[in-house]
Design a protein around this ligand. Structure first.
Ligand code: ADP
Length: 162
């Protein structure tokens, strides 16, 4: 059984993430989206909200599960017996950071293989942080996230204006 993890902050999950999940899920018996509880950045959504939004977004994929995790992604991979870690690469935003992280992760767990998928052209510009900024300023986000995520973003936005 080949198991892979796809770790990230998912604050919130976007169509770019979901596209990676859909494309890679067929390559593994099981894919676990690992939602990192305390990334080193300001978060809009709680860990519970981020996990629930991701679960709803991938409910149609039977071999994809969502789990929160703390600490190192390589340790999370060990705990769930994953052989591979999946990451998505956008042309300008990700390569150098992902490369450094991959070298460090290899040091920490040489047995874990990294699988990188290039983001589709239409999602190259899409990041959770840019999405949150656009939502905050009232821009259209409906073609960038599932319906329930767009609703959650609008709700947060409404709450922050009260
Ligand atoms: P992190 O906090 O680890 O950067 P993110 O939730 O932002 O987590 O992203 C998780 C993974 O998904 C990372 O590998 C990131 O590069 C990738 N990713 C983010 N946005 C996209 C996108 N639009 N298309 C493809 N992959 C993406």
């Amino acid at each position: 059984m080949t198991i892979a993890i796809y770790p990230g902050s998912f604050d919130p999950i976007t169509n770019g993430h979901i596209d990676v999940v859909q494309r890679v899920s067929g390559l593994f018996s099981k894919l676990i989206i690992g939602v990192y509880d305390t990334p080193y950045k300001r978060l809009l959504f709680t860990i519970k909200e981020r996990v629930e939004m991701a679960q709803q977004a991938v409910a149609h994929l039977p071999n994809v599960k969502v789990q929160p995790f703390s600490g190192l992604a390589v340790e999370f991979a060990r705990r769930v017996k994953a052989q591979a870690m999946v990451r998505g690469l956008r042309v300008s935003a990700d390569f150098e950071r992902e490369f450094d992280m991959a070298m460090m992760n290899r040091r920490l767990n040489p047995k874990l293989e990294l699988v990188c998928l290039m983001a589709r052209p239409e999602y190259q510009f899409l990041s959770s942080s840019l999405l949150k900024e656009v939502a905050r300023l009232g821009g259209g986000i409906d073609d960038l996230v599932p319906k329930h995520v767009a609703q959650a973003l609008r709700k947060k936005e409404g709450a922050s204006k009260m």
